[in-house]
Design a protein around this ligand. Structure first.
Ligand code: ZN
Length: 349
């Protein structure tokens, strides 16, 4: 064990920037990474405010953070694709490679997966971590650490766009213009959608999404979404609807939105069970897909960011110094509608 400084969630509502013992021995197949930048995620904030997410309960002090980029500082035996000094980002979930889910290629739903900052697994708001090289990805030289730390949430968007099976020229709808909704919209556009209608009540969020070519913002506090979609598609409906709001209310009218044979991709997790109009889904043969994190998305997410086709920089609202990490979380709790992604710079430079 090594003593390192970390942002520790002691228990619900109590954060501390303090020293903690973490295992930092670099075994075979592993790399040690000096953390540079970490994004603040809704799940980190939820553990802070609620002390749990579903079955995952914070019973012991836990380091937060799972959206990270940094520099390789030590390489374990048998690692050939990374070297000291490489700038990298990391996939936070480590599955059991021998599990049945992993062997089927869907390692994200391996029940044994260990995911950063999901109790009892520590996260990465700390100076250094040791991680499997197989889940560590090199960043192109011109992609910043800040962008590297955005790869994790963008990978969720990539998974959603992949599950949607987008065809070039498609019209998509994204319900919810939070960070994930916006990144789903960008992945859908990169995947070939001609236009993505982004729906939310919060105008500042819509204004941020509207900066991107192909995004059509719709303030659903002012306009009826089904009417807008009907107008834009001559009554046919959208090819894909991405539910990213997590709002049970969104499900009440969602079946009005897809075209016959269209798809609904569920990204947002509703806090309570929702009712689905199965008959309405049936007469349109609506395909319903679910997204849980991501699998096999990092390479392509990094390629899109590196090519310049996807620019996530406008989504970084503010960057806090590591010393101000608690303030960053308190700012996230405020949930200002103009904030998309808050980040913490762990490294001094
Ligand atoms: Zn996240």
């Amino acid at each position: 064990m090594t003593k390192v400084r970390a942002l520790v969630l002691e228990r619900q509502h109590e954060l501390a920037l303090r020293e903690i013992d973490l295992p930092l021995e670099v075994g075979p197949g592993m790399v040690k990474i000096a953390i540079h930048t970490v994004g603040v995620c809704g799940s980190d904030v939820h553990y802070y405010t609620h002390g749990r997410i579903g079955p995952f309960v914070v019973n012991e002090p836990m380091v937060l953070g799972h959206e990270a980029a940094g520099t390789v500082v030590e390489v374990g035996e048998g690692v050939s694709h990374l070297k000291v000094g490489d700038r990298v980002c990391m996939e936070p979930g480590i599955p059991d490679p021998q599990s049945r889910a992993s062997r089927l290629g869907m390692y994200n739903v391996d029940p044994a997966v260990r995911f950063w900052a999901t109790p009892p697994v520590h996260g990465v708001l700390t100076a250094e971590v040791v991680h499997p090289a197989n889940y560590t990805f090199k960043l192109p030289d011109h992609v910043s650490f800040a962008e590297g730390a955005m790869v994790e949430p963008f990978a969720v968007g990539m998974q959603a766009a992949t599950k949607a099976r987008i065809t070039p020229g498609d019209t998509a709808i994204v319900l919810g213009a939070g960070p994930i909704g916006t990144m789903v919209a960008l992945a859908a556009l990169a995947g070939g959608c001609a236009r993505v209608i982004v729906a939310d009540f919060a105008q500042p969020k819509l204004d941020i999404a509207a900066q991107y070519q192909g995004v059509i913002p719709v303030n659903i506090g002012k306009r009826n979404l089904a009417e807008v979609v009907s107008e834009l598609t001559e009554g046919w409906g959208a090819d894909v609807v991405f539910e990213c709001s997590g709002s049970p209310k969104a499900w009440e009218t969602i079946m009005d939105l897809p075209r016959p044979g269209g798809a609904i991709v569920v990204v947002g997790l509703p806090v309570e069970p929702v009712r689905i109009d199965v008959a309405a889904a049936s007469v349109k043969e609506v395909r319903i897909e679910n997204v849980f994190r991501y699998a096999h998305q990092y390479d392509r997410a990094i390629a899109l960011i590196g090519s310049g086709k996807v620019d996530l920089k406008p989504l970084i609202s503010e960057t806090f110094a590591f010393e101000d990490a608690v303030a960053a979380f308190d700012r996230a709790v405020e949930a200002r509608p103009s904030d998309v992604k808050l980040q913490i710079r762990v490294a001094a430079e």
